[in-house]
Each structure stands twice: as C-alpha cells, then as structure tokens.
Design a protein around this ligand. Structure first.
Ligand SMILES: CC(C)(COP(=O)(O)OP(=O)(O)OC[C@H]1O[C@@H](n2cnc3c(N)ncnc32)[C@H](O)[C@@H]1OP(=O)(O)O)[C@@H](O)C(=O)NCCC(=O)NCCS
Length: 375
C-alpha cells in the first residue's frame, strides 16, 4: 500500500435547524421534577419514593463544557407532559428520517471529495442507534445516491465512526472497494431520558460523512493519508442503552428508563481517560511518530474536562483550541460524530506534511483512532 496509500478525501457535516440551550432544558426538566414531586409528595414524605433532584445550567457547563445542542425535532422535548421529541412517522414508501439526515451529510462529503455516486463502491452507515433493523439504512442511502456495489449498517456507540473508517480503510487496502462513503447520522434525541437529571443534557443530533479512496484516484483539494488505524474494545456496563426487540417478548417496559441511555458518568470518566491516552500514545508510536509530531487532535466530544485530561497526559501541558478543537460546547455529545465534526470544522488550515489524529472513546468501552498526514 505504500505506493498507493488510502486517503480521506472528503468530509461533510449537516446540522439540524433547532437549538436547545442548557437554560431551556433545565427550565423544562425542573418544571417536570417539581410537578412529579408535587404529585408524589405523600410517597416521598413516607420514604417510598425518592424526590427528583433539580438540575442546573451552571452545573452542566462546569461539569461537561456543554452549552447547547442541536435537535432534529425540538417539538415535544421541552413539553413537561411529553419530555421527548414528537417525530412524525413516515410510511414505507417515504425516505426514512435517518436516511434523510445521512444523505444531507453524504452529499456534502461527496462534493468535498470531488466524487459522485458512480465513484463509490461501498456505503457504511455507522452510528449509535438505527431507527430500524432492516433493510439497512446504508442500502436506502446507496439507492438514493445511485451507487452500485453494497452497503451495510454498523453500531458501535461512540466509536461507530472511527470503527467504520477502519473498515473502509481495510476494504480499499484489500481492493474490495475503490472508494467508500462512511456516514454517521446520529439521531440521539429519541434515546435521551429528558426526565433524568444526570443525563438529560448530554446528547445532541447531527450527521457527518467521509469519503475514503486510494490516493491515485484522489482529486480533492484537501486529503489526508491514513498512516495507521486501531480499534480497541474492553467490556463495561458503565454506559448502557438496553432498548431492543427482545423487550416485546420479555414483557418489560419497552420505554422504561433502564432501556434509555444511562451511565455511571464518574466511573466512565475515570476508566476511559487513561485508556484513551495510552491507546493514542501507542498508536502514534506504532506509525513511527512522537506525540509532539501531531499538530491537530480531533478528539471525541463528550466532556471538555475529559479531552483536557487526555491531552495533558499525552503532552504534559494544556492544548489550545487550535491544537485540540472543542465543538461540544455548541453540539453536546453527538455520539460517534463528535471527532468528525471537529475534523470537518478544523482541517483545511493544516499544511502539507502536518499530522492529525481522529480518536473516539465511549460505550463498550470502545476506542478507535486514525493517524493522518495531510498531503
Ligand atoms: C456526566 C458528567 C458530566 C457528570 O459530571 P460529574 O462531575 O461526574 O458529576 P457527578 O455525576 O459525579 O455529580 C456530582 C454532583 O453534581 C450534582 N449534579 C449532577 N447532575 C446535575 C445536574 N444536571 N444539575 C445540577 N447538579 C447536578 C449532584 O449534586 C452530584 O452530587 P450527588 O452525588 O449528590 O448526586 C461526567 O461524569 C461525564 O461527562 N462523564 C463522562 C461521560 C461520558 O463521556 N460518557 C460517554 C457517553 S457515550
């Protein structure tokens, strides 16, 4: 592969129209919690039910760095009687919601790569949740873009994007695809428990995409040679979303809080930061570089303090916004799309020969990385 490396030749970012600020979210959660506490005051006084604690916008920003998030559908999220988005169902003859947002990002990535559907052989839709089991969203997207070849969906929570990029890299290196479209339509809001004080603020919706191909077909203005890539998983119960088709047969509450996103955030923080730092150190050394040779860190966007801790561990100093761009203040945690948003927003200014690293970390646990060199 040394004579014909695999490159990332295009990237696309689609942002929903609706914003939800911390203040809006907290006002709605607190109104819901106060109504709940009033309704259950007797059980709470008798010690049979726990009082719902109040949330605070100040806490959220301090603990996570998040100020706002985007929502595919805002209607319903802030309604105390609903506390979830109101998404209009689509018929089987209509484009599905997630395919629609996947297409928005995919088209931008194709344009930035100077490619059309005719150039692509493989489509991977990879994200934290898919809205159905089959047919694969990737095949719907493939059909809409007039791509021949094949497509499939992948679920790896926060590492869905990096793990899919590694699959794309492998396919091009092995000659099973000329060019691959990797799309991350992160529609997280339907899985957020907006009545849980500890997690109601964490996620936002977005869609990202990338095009990968062999260097000899690349004609785009900005391209990045993939020097190495690593996927790593270690089982943990600290971040879970249990919703699934078996709930129907188990006679459990399909929409119960245990089936929505929940986590032991403190434990995740403590476990994942050292794992991610060690992973990055080893991966950068494995491609013959030193951490000091890396000009740009496109890191997973879950928590500002986490990213600062990881880069401090690696470099022994604080990083600037230019070195390790933060986008989670605007987007919140967008599952696997976070590092790709950071890349989309902050890559064109790099010089030829500069190095950058895309890295994700999250549920599983899963950690994925790609070391890149600008061409
Ligand atoms: C979720 C996270 C922001 C919480 O921050 P934290 O500093 O760990 O906060 P804790 O959960 O320990 O809570 C500390 C205190 O803050 C308060 N608190 C928690 N949530 C609050 C909220 N929304 N509003 C106000 N106060 C809150 C509580 O009083 C809590 O004390 P308690 O022990 O009496 O409940 C942080 O743990 C995190 O980001 N972890 C990593 C998560 C991650 O990356 N997950 C990946 C998802 S894919």
């Amino acid at each position: 592969m040394t004579n014909n490396p695999v490159v990332i030749s295009g990237a696309g970012l689609w942002i929903p129209d609706n914003t939800i600020t911390n203040e809006e979210l907290v006002d709605s959660y607190n109104a819901w919690a106060q109504a709940y506490n009033g309704e259950h005051s007797a059980e709470i006084a008798a010690g049979e039910l726990a009082e719902k604690p109040l949330s605070s916008a100040e806490f959220i920003e301090k603990a996570s760095g998040i100020k706002a998030r985007y929502a595919y559908v805002k209607d319903g999220v802030l309604e105390v009687a609903r506390m979830r988005p109101r998404i209009t169902p689509r018929g089987e003859d209509e484009l599905s919601h997630q395919a629609e947002i996947a297409l928005h990002a995919a088209r931008k990535a194709l344009t930035s790569a100077d490619k059309t559907g005719a150039d692509i052989d493989m489509v991977i839709v990879s994200c934290a949740y898919t809205e159905r089991s089959y047919p694969a969203l990737a095949i719907e997207v493939q059909h809409e873009l007039g791509i021949t070849g094949f497509g499939f969906d992948m679920l790896v929570a926060c590492s869905a994007a990096t793990f899919a990029l590694q699959r794309a890299y492998d396919a091009i290196a092995a000659g099973s695809a000329r060019a691959v479209l990797v799309i991350n339509p992160e529609l997280t809001s339907p899985q957020v428990n907006y009545t849980d004080r500890d997690s109601h603020f964490i996620f936002g919706d977005v869609s990202t995409a990338m095009v990968l191909e062999a260097a000899d077909t690349c004609t785009s203005a900005h391209s990045y040679e993939i020097l190495g890539s690593k996927a790593q998983t270690v089982f943990s119960n600290n971040i879970r979303s249990n919703f699934g088709y078996v709930a129907r047969a188990e006679d459990t509450d399909v929409f119960g809080p245990e089936n929505l996103f929940h986590q032991n955030g403190r434990k995740v923080f403590k476990d994942v930061c050292p794992m991610a730092a060690e992973h990055l150190q080893q991966q950068i050394e494995a491609v013959g570089l030193d951490v000091a040779d890396v000009q740009r860190w496109w890191l997973h966007q879950a928590n500002l303090n986490m990213n600062q801790l990881i880069t401090r561990r690696l470099l022994g100093r604080d990083t600037t916004q230019a070195e390790a761009p933060i986008v989670l203040d605007e987007f919140a945690n967008t599952a696997s799309a976070g590092s790709i948003i950071a890349f989309c927003r902050h890559h064109e200014d790099l010089n030829s020969g500069d190095h950058g690293v895309i890295c994700s970390f999250g549920a599983g646990y899963s950690i994925g990385s790609l070391v890149l060199r600008k061409r």
